[in-house]
Design a protein around this ligand. Structure first.
Ligand code: CP
Ligand code: NVA
Length: 350
């Protein structure tokens, strides 16, 4: 649980592909680099992935559709108006029917139970593209982005012999601060970063509605982690406060998300009131004592109320590399889970 280093060996071919994109047309050196590259796996050749999305999406959907093409297969976008799912047909029957025709299901749902129901009855793997409680593919992209930018956090630059993207540059233990709502994105951070040795500090308004939901807290505790206001403990303790200035103390990275997640639109006026003072700004981070070179991350889509333009479009912001990494990580997941899952039965059994 408390492994400090995180290795994603199966990401390598996709990261090489990414590197190829970045080196294109940049002279002799880039030509040499390109020669070392491989095509991504064609593990989805003649295969189809169903994208069952009952909520809007830009990044996750475009990543999924373009990844399926690069892996030699195709993705079928099945939105809420397109198919019988949950309206004229139960989730259970839909999972069996679609899973009988496709090699994988990537599903964005409302209540988290819906994805559990799909997974329980699908004959093929089901991957969570966002639910009320979790957003796992987002955190994989965020982690890759932190590794890509390890030079921001490491005092010594990597040696010239290191291969960026293939051997992910190691990260020192970071302090990562979250301001705003206890959203699906935060929940995956809670069960990921502390286990990799990073300190998490969270600020949400005091109201019960913005605290960590019970199933998430139970999952956090089952991993041997704790949540509370106490300071000075190890990374296994997540500091949770209502004061955004306290949360950013010593932060290397400051992260936020929308204050109004999909499905909460009716609560907009109340939420804007409740989250006043949680906007990520230079002034707030300075006052709270974030590190001088703190970096900013956001899953997007972004509204100006949670982070001002100065930070969002400024030099600290990693939001667009983070966005691009959604594609490389989703491609790796599709390859492994949908293209090759029959080769790794033990992984699916976990
Ligand atoms: N970050 C993210 O999941 O974006 P989309 O909702 O646009 O897919
Ligand atoms: N918390 C947001 C994330 C969007 C990617 C939502 O659920 O709408």
């Amino acid at each position: 649980h408390h492994q400090r280093r995180f290795s994603l060996p199966w990401l390598a071919p996709f990261l090489l592909q990414k590197q190829d994109g970045e080196f294109k047309g940049k002279g002799k050196k880039s030509k040499e680099k390109r020669e070392q590259l491989r095509m991504p796996s064609q593990s989805l050749f003649n295969k189809s992935v169903a994208l069952l999305f009952s909520k809007r999406s830009t990044r996750t959907r475009v990543s999924a559709e373009t990844s399926a093409v690069l892996l030699g297969g195709r993705a079928l976008f099945l939105g809420r108006e397109d198919i019988q799912l949950g309206v004229n047909e139960s989730l259970r029957d839909s999972a069996r029917v679609i899973g009988g025709m496709c090699q994988g299901i990537f599903a964005r749902v409302g209540e988290h139970e819906e994805i559990e129901e799909l997974a329980a009855h699908s004959p093929v793997p089901v991957l969570n593209a966002l639910s009320s409680l979790w957003h796992p593919t987002q955190i994989l992209a965020d982690l890759l982005t932190l590794h890509d930018h390890a030079h921001l956090f490491n005092p010594t630059p990597p040696s010239s012999s290191s291969k960026p993207y293939v051997d992910l540059a190691p990260l020192p233990p970071l302090t990562i601060a979250w301001l705003g709502d206890s959203t699906n994105v935060l929940h995956d951070m809670l069960v990921t970063y502390p286990r990799l040795g990073h300190h998490l500090r969270v600020a949400t308004p005091a109201k019960e509605a913005y605290q960590c939901p019970k199933p998430i807290r139970e999952r956090v505790e089952s991993l041997g982690l704790s949540i509370g206001e106490e300071e000075g403990k190890g990374p296994g303790h997540i500091v949770w406060t209502e004061d955004p200035r306290v949360a950013v103390k010593g932060a290397d990275v400051v992260v936020t998300d929308t204050w109004i997640s999909m499905g909460q639109e009716d609560e907009k006026a109340q939420r804007l009131c409740d989250f006043a003072g949680y906007q990520v700004t230079e002034a707030l981070c300075k006052e709270g004592g974030a590190k001088e070179n703190w970096a900013f991350m956001h899953c997007l889509p972004r509204k100006a109320e949670e982070v001002d333009d100065e930070v969002f479009y400024g030099p600290r912001s990693l939001v667009f590399p983070e966005n691009d990494n959604r594609k490389w990580t989703i491609m790796a997941l599709f390859d492994l889970l949908f293209g090759k899952w029959d080769l790794y039965p033990e992984m699916l059994a976990q």
